[in-house]
Design a protein around this ligand. Structure first.
Ligand code: ATP
Ligand code: MG
Length: 296
C-alpha cells in the first residue's frame, strides 16, 4: 500500500510552532518518534515524501513566482548536514542552493548582519537552504558577548539589554518583508539531547571515518549547553509566527528528524497551490507550428 501523504505531513504539524508566546522547549522530547516504531515504515514514508517534493519542486520552478527558504539551526552534531542531504535527495539541484553560514569573515563584519544572507536568498522558483543563518546573531552572539563587540556597531547603539530584543524585532520585520515578496520561510530547530550529543561526539572520536567531523570547539560550546538552551527557547518564543513558523524537530533519531522535515516541506509547498504555467492560445499555436516543422 502507498504510504499516506497526510501521515507524512501530520508529523510535521505536531512540531510546528506558529505562535511562540507559550512555548517551552522542555515540552518537546528529543527522543520522540511520533508513535512510529520502526525505521522501516519511516523509510517508506520518506521515499514517498521525497517523490512528492520532487513533483512539487518542478512546478515551483516552472511557475517561477514563489521561492522557499528553509533555515536550519541546531546544537553541534544534531544532524543538520545529514538532514539536508537526505531530505533534498530527490530534488533537482538546479532548483536548489545550500548556503552554510560560519563565523563572519572580515568583509562580513564591515556590513550589517543581514548583508551576507541577503545575497544568498533563493530566486523565484528556487529552494534556498540556510545551514545556520542570521539567527546566530541571537544565539552564539548572545552566549559569547565578545562576538558582538567584533561587529563594530557604534557603541551608542549597543545596549546589551536591548540588543537581543531589537534583533528579534528586526528579524521579525525582515521575515515579514520577505514573506510579502513571495519568499516562503520555514525554520527548523533540530532538538538533540545532551546525552545523544555526547554519544555522537564519542562516535566521532572512536570511528576513524568520522574523526574529521570532530572539532575541539564543539566541546567548548557544549560547556555552554544551558545558555544555548535558554537562547534557543527565547528565539523560538520571539520569532515563531504564522507566516514564518519554527518546527522544533526531535533529533535523537535521525530517521524521524528527516521525516518531520520532509513533511513540513511537503505541507508548505502544497499550500502554495502550485501548477504548471497555463499555455495561452498564442503559445498553443506556436507549439503546433513547431510540431508541424518537426514532423516534416
Ligand atoms: P558541522 O556540523 O560541520 O560542525 P557547523 O555548522 O557546526 O557544521 P562549523 O564550521 O563547525 O560548522 O561552525 C560554524 C560556526 O560558526 C558555529 O560555531 C557558529 O556558531 C559560528 N557562526 C555562524 N554564524 C555566526 C555569526 N553570525 N557570528 C559568530 N559566529 C557565527
Ligand atoms: Mg560544528
Amino acid at each position: 500500500m502507498k504510504p499516506d501523504r497526510n501521515k507524512i505531513t501530520g508529523f510535521a504539524r505536531d512540531y510546528c510552532v506558529a505562535k511562540g508566546k507559550k512555548f517551552h522547549l522542555k515540552d518537546v522530547d528529543p527522543k520522540d518518534t511520533g508513535k512510529l516504531e520502526s525505521n522501516e515504515e519511516a523509510k517508506e514514508l520518506l521515499t514517498e515524501g521525497v517523490k512528492l517534493m520532487s513533483d512539487m519542486q518542478e512546478k515551483l520552478y516552472a511557475q517561477g513566482r514563489w521561492s522557499l527558504l528553509l533555515i536550519f539551526q541546531a546544537m553541534d552534531a544534531a544532524g543538520k548536514d545529514g538532514t539536508i542531504k537526505h531530505v533534498m535527495s530527490g530534488i533537482n539541484p538546479q532548483g536548489c542552493q545550500v548556503t552554510s553560514f560560519k563565523a563572519p569573515s572580515a568583509t562580513d563584519l564591515v556590513h550589517d548582519y543581514f548583508w551576507r544572507s541577503n545575497v544568498a536568498l533563493p530566486e523565484r522558483g528556487q529552494i534556498g537552504i540556510f545551514n545556520r543563518s542570521y539567527y546566530e546573531e541571537v544565539l552564539v552572539v548572545r552566549v559569547h558577548q565578545k562576538l558582538l563587540k567584533a561587529e563594530k556597531i557604534p557603541a551608542s547603539l549597543v545596549k546589551k539589554k536591548h540588543v537581543v530584543e531589537e534583533r528579534f524585532e528586526d528579524i521579525n520585520a525582515h521575515e515579514r518583508y520577505l514573506t510579502r515578496n513571495g519568499v516562503v520561510i520555514r525554520k527548523f530547530f533540530l532538538h538533540v539531547s545532551k546525552s545523544e550529543q555526547k554519544r555522537r561526539f564519542m562516535a566521532r572520536l572512536d570511528d576513524p571515518s568520522k574523526n574529521w567531523k570532530f572539532s575541539p570547539s564543539d566541546l567548548k560550546e557544549r560547556a555552554y549547553w544551558d545558555e544555548y538552551v535558554d537562547a534557543y527557547e527565547e528565539m523560538i518564543r520571539k520569532t515563531a509566527t504564522h507566516h514564518s513558523p519554527w518546527y522544533v524537530v526531535p533529533a535523537d533519531n535521525k530517521w524521524f528528524t528527516h521525516l518531520v522535515v520532509a513533511g513540513a516541506i511537503i505541507e508548505t509547498l502544497d499550500s502554495l497551490g502550485l501548477a504548471f504555467p497555463e499555455i495561452t492560445a498564442e503559445q498553443r499555436k506556436t507549439l503546433q507550428a513547431a510540431r508541424n516543422i518537426l514532423k516534416k
